[in-house]
Design a protein around this ligand. Structure first.
Ligand code: ADP
Ligand code: NI
Length: 220
């Protein structure tokens, strides 16, 4: 594919994704995609990676998320594949992007989620960075509200999930999600740049919860 056609495909994909996710209320809206795309491209500059694959995978990674399709993990890669085929993208690139989308998601505290290629590692880091820090806190509670979850319930303990199936079925309060996923992400970063940013965002989230518990107890 020529550079001109690649630029055209990226532009068309941006319009396609934006139309589909604009105004979404659970933290998986267009601006999540926008941030992940920018972060992925910024990390990619420090690695040796195919920027076309990184950018397309970042743009399409939440196009049809299992969380909003009854746990169906095949729908994201399927929708992305159909779109990229309609854009005449080479089949080996389509397969690579579909594989990234399939492997990307967090699947439970005790479930490994290795990425096969550097492009996948970069997009996974960028997506996970958007799940932590101040934006991560905002997104977690937005998602919790969207799914009718309590903010916090001291009577319900967090669960370290052993399988993707039990992780997907979880309906616990949002504060538990910090222990079940968000605090674990820092140590699961793939790239050096990702790890460095994750450290700072992780510290911020710890401070947030400390303050949250203090207010919960009425000590501040
Ligand atoms: P992943 O595919 O790894 O789940 P996404 O980009 O789809 O990543 O978005 C994950 C974000 O959705 C989480 O970081 C969090 O903000 C929100 N989320 C998912 N599950 C929960 C949950 N049980 N409670 C609160 N937020 C959640
Ligand atoms: Ni995402």
């Amino acid at each position: 594919m020529s550079d001109l056609l690649k630029t055209e495909t990226i532009k068309n994909t941006e319009v396609f994704v934006r139309e589909k996710l604009e105004g979404e209320g659970s933290g998986h809206d267009w601006w999540h995609i926008h941030r992940v795309r920018n972060m992925a491209l910024s990390i990619a500059k420090q690695e040796k990676a195919d920027l076309f694959v990184v950018e397309l995978a970042a743009l399409l990674h939440d196009i049809a998320d299992h969380k909003f399709h009854n746990g169906d993990e095949t729908i994201g890669p399927k929708v992305a594949g159909e779109w990229l085929t309609s854009e005449n993208v080479e089949s080996n690139i389509i397969i690579h992007i579909q594989e990234i989308i399939k492997d990307l998601s967090f699947k439970g505290a005790n479930v490994a989620t290795p990425m096969k290629t550097i492009e996948g590692k970069i997009v996974q880091d960028a997506d996970r960075l958007d799940a932590i820090g101040a934006i991560g806190v905002a997104r977690a509670f937005a998602y919790g509200g969207h799914k009718n979850r309590e903010l916090h319930n001291p009577e319900i303990e967090p669960t370290p999930h052993d399988t993707f199936e039990t992780y997907k079925k979880n309906t616990g309060p949002t504060v538990n999600h910090f222990y079940e996923k968000l605090f674990l992400l820092k140590d699961r970063m793939n790239t050096k740049a990702g790890r460095r940013i994750a450290e700072a965002r992780h510290e911020y989230m710890k401070d947030f919860l400390e303050r949250f518990y203090a207010e919960w107890d009425g000590t501040v």
